[in-house]
Design a protein around this ligand. Structure first.
Ligand code: NAI
Length: 252
């Protein structure tokens, strides 16, 4: 399936790795100008090279999504370089420390909520304004099956539930301005984040995989497929929703 995103400009946070990298590549392949935003500069530049060597157009902007100045600059660079902003995938995220609620530290709470929740809000704060001022756009936030269930540690689950709340508020407040806002809720996807978790706790990851009726991990490509659809005109009547892409996890 291909979607025509020619002349559109798309920001992808967390675009240096995993799901974000794959989505950035897909946006590029569909004709969009892609702004790859991440704290990892070398890997972000590598995503840009991959997009360019496939014939696309991309730019890396070093961005810490918890830093208001960085996030403002990320949106400004997209607009100044490509003349506008049409699509944003607010995807940067971390898993944080795995421990029962009573053993969680405030430091881990602050770090996970800062990146996964405040980062998405800060991104939307600037993206929504730009899109609303310029005729509309589409935003896709990365939540998780941990945004819909208790499948994860306290700060991660709280942050991912929060992302769905932010998605719903933005969708209702900016619908009349022509901005659609949705979330994807991936199941267990084979990315560096999960590879690291599997090294630390192989049984737990295997248990989650077995809870996905399709019986395997998803691939970043399979999340990118949903994100590109939600960002495209093919999803023109879709807003304010959170879509599991989870091998059937939510059906059990
Ligand atoms: P990943 O670790 O491969 O990629 C995450 C990216 O976010 C990295 O490039 C990292 O440098 C970037 N990042 C982290 N902190 C940042 C910050 N402060 N500012 C800017 N960028 C930052 O992980 P993956 O799996 O691709 O995760 C992407 C998103 O998908 C995350 O929000 C994660 O919570 C979510 N997710 C992943 C699942 C999985 O099974 N892999 C399942 C459900 C949700």
């Amino acid at each position: 399936m291909t979607y025509d995103l020619t002349d559109k400009t798309a920001i992808v946070t967390g675009g240096a790795s995993g799901i974000g990298r794959r989505t950035a590549q897909r946006f590029g392949a569909e004709g969009a100008n892609v702004v790859v935003a991440d704290v990892m500069a070398d890997e972000g530049a590598e995503t840009v090279e991959q997009i360019e060597s496939a014939g696309g157009s991309a730019l890396f902007v070093e961005t810490d999504v918890t830093d208001p100045d960085d996030v403002e600059a990320m949106v400004r660079e997209a607009v100044e370089t490509y003349g506008g902003l049409d699509i944003a995938h607010n995807n940067a995220g971390i898993e944080g420390d795995d421990a029962p609620m009573a053993e969680q530290t405030e430091e881990n709470w602050t770090r996970v909520i800062g990146i996964n929740l405040k980062g998405v809000w800060l991104g939307m704060k600037h993206e929504l304004q730009e899109m609303a001022d310029d005729g509309g756009g589409a935003i896709v936030n990365t939540s998780s099956i941990a945004g819909l269930t208790a499948a994860g540690a306290t700060p991660y689950v709280a942050s991912k539930h929060g992302v769905i709340g932010l998605t719903r508020v933005a969708a209702t407040e900016y619908a009349q301005a022509g901005v659609r806002v949705n979330a994807v809720c991936p199941g267990v996807i084979e990315t560096p984040m999960v590879e690291q978790a599997a090294e630390e706790n192989p049984e737990e990851i295997e248990q989650f995989v077995q809870m996905q009726p399709l019986g395997r991990m998803g691939q970043p490509e399979e999340i990118a497929n949903a994100v590109v659809w939600l960002a495209s005109e093919e999803a023109s009547f879709v807003t304010g929703n959170a879509y599991p892409v989870d091998g059937g996890f939510m059906a059990l």
